[in-house]
Design a protein around this ligand. Structure first.
Ligand SMILES: *Cc1c(COP(=O)(O)O)cnc(C)c1O
Length: 445
């Protein structure tokens, strides 16, 4: 595809095509009221409430199969932590100013899958399992889902296959939950996937197919092969509404956590959120949920590697799923393996067009610096992809474009002092110790 006109038209697109660290401010952002009706027809508040209820029905089963979730009654949820030492260290090391309160949403430590994929990925598996069991007359919505842990139900699910294409973490969430229910599972892994993630999946009885190609290829192959088998279901990260809805459930849970901390979100106390984006599902779903609850008082920014900013390109150019970083001369090769998606989700880039405030891209070398700093300052470890988010609060007041965003959206100094900024940590819990040693010692010059 000839992308010259997009590069000439938009200075942010040009910067991205040069693989430089870029701030992109979304010129199509609209007040939520304006697009509300059309968005509700795509994903409604009821869809999100249904998802929350469905996760509640599965809670007894999850508590039974995954004892680590028993303390939360079988709900998979992460904490919302203050990171004051990290904030000071970022200001000191990078000479930036981070106003307001800086929090980290610890989806890096979500039970079972150890990443944000424990929301969308697990949700889609559960929904499919419920659909199959109910249609076969083996499950009733109002009976205890503990029943799903029985050998008979395992045998039932064993007649079906789940498949997914993944750079790693989505495969882990789908693989682990599908295997726990008794499904056969095939995970199609892109070349970016880390070895330890493949090893972990194989240890759970998951079939891992490896491709010497990028994520889009692994997804396309998985989709094709799954399509040939009537008993197989493909979790389609590039198109799935269910994944998106599973991620959106995070917003209501976050609202409760903010309330518990006595944090107010209103016009005088804005909420600013930074979420790493791969294909767009996780950050898109979370953003969607947050915009439904907090409206124009929440400002969501996506973070992507400078070497793979596909979601921002997809929205900025309105090419959506047709945007491919390679066409823009961008390598797509990044240490942020979880974000290495050359083309974004068409579904998500469309739905985000009037909702996302913008985004920041980050050079790979910073990921490990942030990783070490967070480990040292807060004793928290999150994987390199996940560390990308820290460029957000560092750069919000540093670049002319993002400062202009602040002043034109009522985020003046006074208000920012009363703001809450959230860095969304997206992966890390399952990283093995020896890999942490590698990450902590890894430098890119
Ligand atoms: C998958 C993933 C993301 C982004 O999610 P997408 O749905 O691909 O946009 C961010 N961080 C980590 C660690 C991930 O695994």
């Amino acid at each position: 595809m000839d992308v010259k006109k997009y590069i000439e038209r938009d200075p942010a697109v040009r910067e991205m095509s040069q693989m430089r660290e870029t701030v992109w401010i979304n010129p199509r952002l609209l007040p939520v009221g304006i697009t509300e009706e059309s968005l509700q027809s795509v994903v409604s508040d009821k869809d999100i409430a249904d998802a929350e209820a469905r996760l509640g029905r599965f809670a007894p089963f999850i508590a039974e199969r995954f004892p680590e979730t028993r303390k939360d009654g079988g709900l998979i949820e992460s904490s919302l932590d203050d990171i004051p030492s990290m904030r000071e260290a970022l200001e000191r090391e990078y000479g930036c100013r981070i106003p307001g309160r800086l929090l980290m949403k610890m989806d890096s430590h979500l039970a079972i899958a150890g990443s944000v994929k424990a929301r969308g990925g697990i949700y889609e598996v559960l929904k499919h399992a419920e659909d199959l069991a109910v249609a076969a007359g083996r499950l009733d919505y109002d009976e205890s889902y503990l029943k799903l842990a029985s050998p008979e139900m395992r045998d039932f699910f064993g007649r079906f296959t789940m498949q997914v294409g993944s750079t790693g973490n989505l495969g882990m969430s789908i693989g682990i939950m599908s295997a726990a229910l008794g499904f056969k599972v095939k995970v199609h892994m892109s070349a970016d996937a880390r070895q330890w993630k493949k090893d972990l999946l194989r240890s759970k009885g998951v079939e891992v197919l490896e491709y010497d190609a990028d994520y889009s290829k692994a997804v396309a192959e998985g989709r094709r092969l799954s399509g040939l088998d009537p008993s197989s279901y493909f979790v389609d990260d590039e198109k799935s509404a269910d994944l998106f809805i599973g991620y959106a459930v995070a917003a209501g849970r976050l609202r409760t956590q903010l309330e518990e901390k006595g944090i107010v979100v209103d016009a005088g106390h804005p909420l600013i959120v930074y979420i790493p984006a791969g294909v767009g599902g996780a950050p898109g779903g979370v953003t969607y949920g947050l915009k439904r609850i907090f409206g124009d008082n929440v400002h969501c920014f996506f973070i992507e590697p400078a070497r793979c900013p596909s979601v921002m390109l997809g929205i900025a150019t309105q090419l959506f799923e047709k945007a491919n970083v390679h066409d823009f001369g961008i390598s797509g090769r990044t240490e942020a393996d979880g974000l290495a998606c050359a083309s974004p989700s068409g579904f998500v880039t469309r739905i985000m067009t009037n909702l996302v405030s913008g985004g920041f891209t980050v050079e790979d070398r910073r990921l490990y610096d942030y990783l070490r700093l967070l480990d040292r300052m807060e004793g928290k470890r999150i994987e390199p992809s996940s560390c990308a988010a820290f460029i957000g609060p560092c750069n919000l007041l540093r670049t002319a474009a993002s400062r202009e965003y602040c002043s034109s959206h009522g985020l003046e100094d006074g208000k920012l002092a009363g703001s809450t900024q959230i860095v969304w940590a997206t992966g890390g819990l399952l990283v093995p110790d020896e890999i942490w040693e590698e990450y902590l010692a890894y430098f890119i010059l």
